[in-house]
Design a binder for this molecule. Structure first.
Ligand SMILES: *Cc1c(COP(=O)(O)O)cnc(C)c1O
Length: 375
């Protein structure tokens, strides 16, 4: 389709090409190359953490993070229902059970007020997931975690550069993770990062990432690991992207502001919060939720927008509505009304880093047309 505006396009016009060429010309293309260490050190420094371990995507970053914590099997990990499947998958693969919490209807993040009632004698950790560009209210979670002796796993895959009360997201968990998929604020194509202050945890993640090879006797294995390594090619992109992260944050905030200006007078839609008491939105994606008085589903509006040349994506389907988990006997009769409403009434519009002001105007016009044609 000519002139189609895709839901995401990354911006790769900094030093990406230069560093990639450097990686190729020096022959360093595997995970042994020098950009890996550079990317890890610079990213850790940017977020304000001691240790960073680069891996091949955000989903395995979660897997390694949960595995490294060595939580007692059969235990429970509290997390939002409204998130990506990677979160629940990591917990289940480590032999634990996810326990779900509904979302706040305005910020779309885990409703912290419901958290404490989910704690049992089996609870081992809380997985905090910052959704769509606004951070979770972390202080009360840290308090609860300390009170009950729980670990915090922080999924910051949608909030690179975001802060909670002036401190960077990704610096709050006992272990925190990022993704560098092309729709994230900075990208390496595929990629992820694990961050921690704990040297032992960092070492464990490095070992898990690299098949648990041992430094002295490489092919003698005391533990079972994975190949979760990032390549020097990916890290080359990461170093270049990280150079521009503050600029990228500004681009996203500007995008969000413009969309809101153009759409805020449509009475029957809910737009992302511009800010909360502790953060300004960085709009990982610009989401729209149809208000309850509207009968049509998000799916109909998305179809209409596709016909008009505008790419969209649905919101997450809550973990408690996933057939794969029902087959495992999980979450069967559980109800989380906010998460259920978000997936039926929510979708997001083009929000990528390369989106131009002109495209923002076109998208807003088409969204308005599509809404009024369907409602
Ligand atoms: C993107 C994302 C992930 C997974 O990252 P991948 O690199 O795509 O595997 C994990 N958690 C959240 C919240 C995400 O948005």
């Amino acid at each position: 389709m000519s002139g189609f505006i895709p839901v995401n396009e990354p911006l790769l016009n900094g030093n990406e090409k230069k560093y990639l060429v450097e990686a190729i010309e020096t022959g360093w293309i595997s995970s042994e190359g020098p950009f890996i260490k550079q990317f890890e050190e610079k990213f850790a420094n940017y977020i304000g953490r001691k240790y960073a371990v680069a891996v091949c995507n955000g989903s395995v970053a979660l897997e390694a993070a949960v595995e490294a914590l060595n939580l007692e099997k059969g235990g429970e990990v509290i997390m939002p229902s409204f998130t990506i499947i990677s979160c629940a998958a990591a917990v289940i693969r480590a032999g634990l059970t996810p326990v779900l919490v509904d979302s706040d209807p305005l910020a779309w993040n885990m409703d912290v007020n419901q958290l404490e009632s989910k704690i049992t004698s089996k609870t081992k950790a809380i997985m905090v997931v910052h959704i769509y560009g606004l951070p979770v209210d972390i202080d009360p979670i840290v308090e609860i975690a300390q009170k009950y002796g729980l670990k915090i796993i922080e999924d910051a895959a949608e909030v690179h550069g975001q802060t909670y009360k002036e401190k960077k997201c990704g610096s709050f968990g006992d272990i925190s993770i990022f993704s560098f998929y092309p729709n994230k604020h900075i990208t390496t194509g595929e990629g992820g990062m694990i961050l921690t202050e704990d040297e032992t945890l960092a070492e464990k993640c490095r070992s898990l990432r690299n098949l648990c090879f041992q430094p002295q006797k490489r092919f003698l294995h005391e533990e079972l690991g994975h190949n979760f390594r990032m390549t020097n090619l990916q890290a080359a992109l990461g170093v270049a992207q990280l150079e521009r992260i503050d600029e990228f944050t500004e681009i996203k905030r500007n995008m969000g502001k413009k969309y809101t200006e153009l759409l805020e007078n449509i009475s029957f839609i809910q737009l992302p919060l511009a800010k909360t008491a502790y953060a300004e939105n960085i709009y990982w994606v610009y989401g729209i939720v149809l208000k309850p008085e509207i009968e049509v589903s998000a799916e109909i509006i998305m179809q209409k927008l596709n016909e008009k040349g505008v790419g969209t994506r649905p919101f997450f389907l809550g973990m408690h509505e996933q057939p794969v988990f029902h087959k495992m006997g999980l979450f069967k009769n559980e109800k989380y009304p906010v998460a259920e409403n978000l997936v039926r009434k929510g979708f997001y519009i083009p929000s990528g880093m390369a989106l131009t002001d002109e495209q923002i105007k076109i998208v807003a016009t088409k969204v308005r047309e599509a809404l009024y044609e369907c409602v």
